[in-house]
Design a protein. Structure first.
Length: 155
């Protein structure tokens, strides 16, 4: 999936009948948009909790240079996560406004430790965003595309 425009790839897979466009209800669509937006927000909130914990820990172990560096790194990562979160939310909002998303049906070809390989996209791994987490090869799944991102979803 590297260096290939996902929109072009999806169009090609539809033409070769490996992906089938489907209409989903407004409820499932809204659930997908919310979950997609919440991914980086959860990471940012986790970073804030770690930053607070490291700030508190500095009071107790601040005399050790290694712990100061670790706490500083955690705080720097949290700031970076904040920037990434804002970028992701703005980018997703623009993508939704441009209607650069779609819902498709495909089949699982194989499973791996990291995710699932889909029919026509065997060279990459697709992750489950929400719903069922265990699928078997040959099983039909619902795929959601947001811009260049492809995720497996289920009701």
């Amino acid at each position: 999936m590297k260096n290939v425009d996902m929109r072009f790839r999806v169009k090609t897979l539809i033409e070769t009948n490996r992906l089938t466009p489907v209409d989903v209800g407004a409820k499932l669509q809204k659930r997908y948009f919310v979950r997609f937006l919440l991914m980086p927000i959860k990471a940012f909130l986790t970073g804030i909790v770690l930053s607070i914990a490291s700030w508190i820990a500095l009071d107790y172990v601040g005399q050790f240079a290694l712990f100061r560096y670790i706490a500083g790194a955690i705080i720097a990562v949290t700031i970076l996560l904040g920037v990434i979160t804002v970028w992701h939310v703005v980018d997703t909002a623009v993508t939704i406004l441009r209607r650069d998303y779609g819902f498709y049906e495909s089949a699982i070809v194989d499973t791996s430790r990291n995710g699932y390989q889909l029919l026509g996209i065997e060279d990459g791994v697709t992750l489950v965003l929400f719903g069922r987490k265990d699928y078997t090869p040959g099983e039909k799944v619902l795929i959601a595309r947001m811009g260049e991102d492809l995720r497996i979803i289920s009701e």
